[in-house]
Design a protein around this ligand. Structure first.
Ligand SMILES: [Zn+2]
Length: 249
């Protein structure tokens, strides 16, 4: 462990004498110094420079999850199913359920849409989402419908879903997630006319609290003409209805 710590901290050389600190503490210190927000739904990729650093953060989180299991009085030494659980949890957080915090955004090459036969209509893309609520770290699963009115740039269709998933793979609230996806789609397409509608089920309502298994939450963000033009708004929701009728659920 201590050897690993030193290797990862080499990357921080010249940034203060933190040789004995956890890398996570060093990074947290730097983010505070930079006034960089690091809430559960924020991307902090610029502070994790390479896989070596990420692996060290996983080692440190493994150690912390071991402590959590010990405090929960789970016998991780003799229970064969709990032996590797701390590491599995640490890897799952960094590489899967919160990967959108630690990885850079998808590379979205934009194609020009400014010729004579440019597309001026509406585009509605359905994207499967898997997320996690930042309150209880329970799964959120559902679908986002992303609508845009084509501007002078277009991105590949799969990129809408990649952006949505990158935003979702964090600790979020559905309301925040809806805003995040709309903002990132605006950035990638340069379109001021973006709409996002999400419907999702929440593990924190299904597995605890009110134990409501069929609860469904809907959120909508409308910008530009989706907000100001009732016709555009109606077309967006009509498209969603058509997709729900014909697309696999
Ligand atoms: Zn929750």
């Amino acid at each position: 462990m201590s050897e690993n710590k030193k290797t990862g901290l080499d990357a921080m050389a010249g940034d203060g004498g933190y040789q004995e600190a956890y890398l996570a503490d060093v990074i947290r210190f730097k983010m505070k110094r930079d006034n960089k927000r690091f809430w559960a739904g924020d991307n902090i990729n610029e502070y994790i420079l390479d896989d070596k650093m990420k692996n060290q953060l996983i080692d440190e989180a493994t150690e912390a999850f071991e402590t959590v299991l010990d405090r929960l009085l789970i016998d991780r030494e003799n229970d064969p199913n709990s032996k590797g659980t701390a590491r599995r949890l640490a890897k799952m957080y960094f590489n899967e359920i919160m990967a959108g915090r630690y990885e850079p955004g998808p590379d979205c090459t934009a194609f020009p849409n400014d010729s004579e036969d440019r597309y001026e209509g509406m585009l509605v893309v359905r994207s499967e989402l898997r997320s996690m609520c930042s309150h209880h770290h329970q799964h959120v699963s559902g679908v986002a419908y992303i609508g845009i009115i084509a501007a002078e740039k277009l991105i590949g269709l799969s990129k809408y879903t990649r952006i949505a998933q990158w935003c979702a793979r964090r600790g979020t609230l559905q309301e925040e997630l809806c805003n995040d996806i709309a903002r990132e789609i605006q950035k990638a397409t340069n379109s001021q006319n973006v709409a996002v509608y999400i419907q999702a089920t929440h593990g924190c309502c299904e597995n605890r609290g009110i134990m409501a298994h069929s609860s469904l939450t809907q959120t909508t963000v409308l910008t530009g003409s989706f907000k100001t033009d009732p016709g555009a708004k109606k077309e967006f929701f009509d498209n969603i209805k058509l997709q729900q009728e014909f697309a696999p659920r």
